[in-house]
Design a protein around this ligand. Structure first.
Ligand code: ZN
Length: 265
């Protein structure tokens, strides 16, 4: 009997707790409010910046900030045009380049907190390559993939409530779910998203980078370079969460005509 009630609660909850991903229209689970996640993510981000060392290469730092700012502009323009600007509530964008040549990695936490590590710049090759990675990572945040993961984690652990209520019920478990959801557990900021979320971020990211004035045709070339470095002795950390293979590249190429409609020179 009790199980039946719980099942009914879950069904009702899931029905009421859905969000729609911008651009793709996919329905996703959303149990947690963005501002709650963003507050926690911001604390994690400050921690990363405190423990890491920012690059003192002004040229590269400015490039990362410039690409980030242009993509942020494209995102805001798109979301405003689509009547979705409320979804950016609580976002406080930041783009930083961390000095770490051995780490070929980049990520964006919920709320628009972006970190690039200097080790990924050779794979990016140039500013357009940085935009490919930036577009993809920002797309994860705009599509609320961390929130989706966190909502799934709460359900799997039987915490069927808002984040603050879940913290009240079981603070340790809730914080673990959060750390896993934004990837702050192992290898800070790195999150292993599902294949579906990865593909969605490729798709959305391509449109944002085109809208920001970067050439979407460069995206498959970046992933080609990722495939090439994956065969080296020390494959980049980015690869452990971003499997780079031919099917990924083929899918990306399929979205280029759509992205070209947004491409402004
Ligand atoms: Zn990704």
């Amino acid at each position: 009997m009790r199980l039946k009630i719980v099942v009914i609660q879950i069904v009702l909850l899931v029905l009421h707790a859905c969000a729609t991903v911008p651009l793709t229209g996919r329905q996703q689970l959303s149990l947690v409010a963005n501002p709650e996640i963003i507050t926690m993510a911001t604390q994690q981000y400050q921690q990363v910046l405190k423990e890491g060392k920012l690059s003192d290469n002004q040229e590269q730092t400015q490039m990362v900030k410039r690409v980030g700012t242009r993509i942020k502009g494209a995102v805001e323009q798109y979301m405003t045009g689509a009547g979705l600007s409320s979804q950016l509530e609580g976002f406080n964008w930041e783009f930083n380049l961390i000095q770490d040549d051995k780490t070929a990695n980049a990520w964006c936490m919920p709320g628009g907190k972006v970190a690039f590590y200097t080790g990924i710049l050779p794979v990016c090759k140039d500013e357009n390559g940085v935009a490919v990675v930036m577009g993809h990572e920002v797309a994860h945040a705009i599509a609320n993939h961390g929130r989706e993961r966190m909502s799934q984690g709460l359900i799997e652990n039987g915490l069927l409530s808002s984040l603050s209520a879940a913290i009240g019920q079981n603070p340790t478990m809730t914080s673990q779910i959060f750390m896993q959801a934004i990837g702050a557990g192992a290898g800070i900021g790195m999150l292993k998203f599902s294949r579906e979320q990865e593909s969605e971020a490729d798709h959305i990211g391509l449109i944002f980078l085109a809208k920001a004035g970067y050439d979407p045709n460069e995206a498959p070339k970046f992933w080609d370079r990722m495939v090439a470095v994956s065969k080296t002795a020390a494959p980049p950390e980015f690869l452990s969460t971003h499997p780079s293979d031919q099917s990924r590249i083929t899918a990306l190429k399929g979205w280029i005509p759509e992205a070209m409609k947004y491409y402004k020179k």
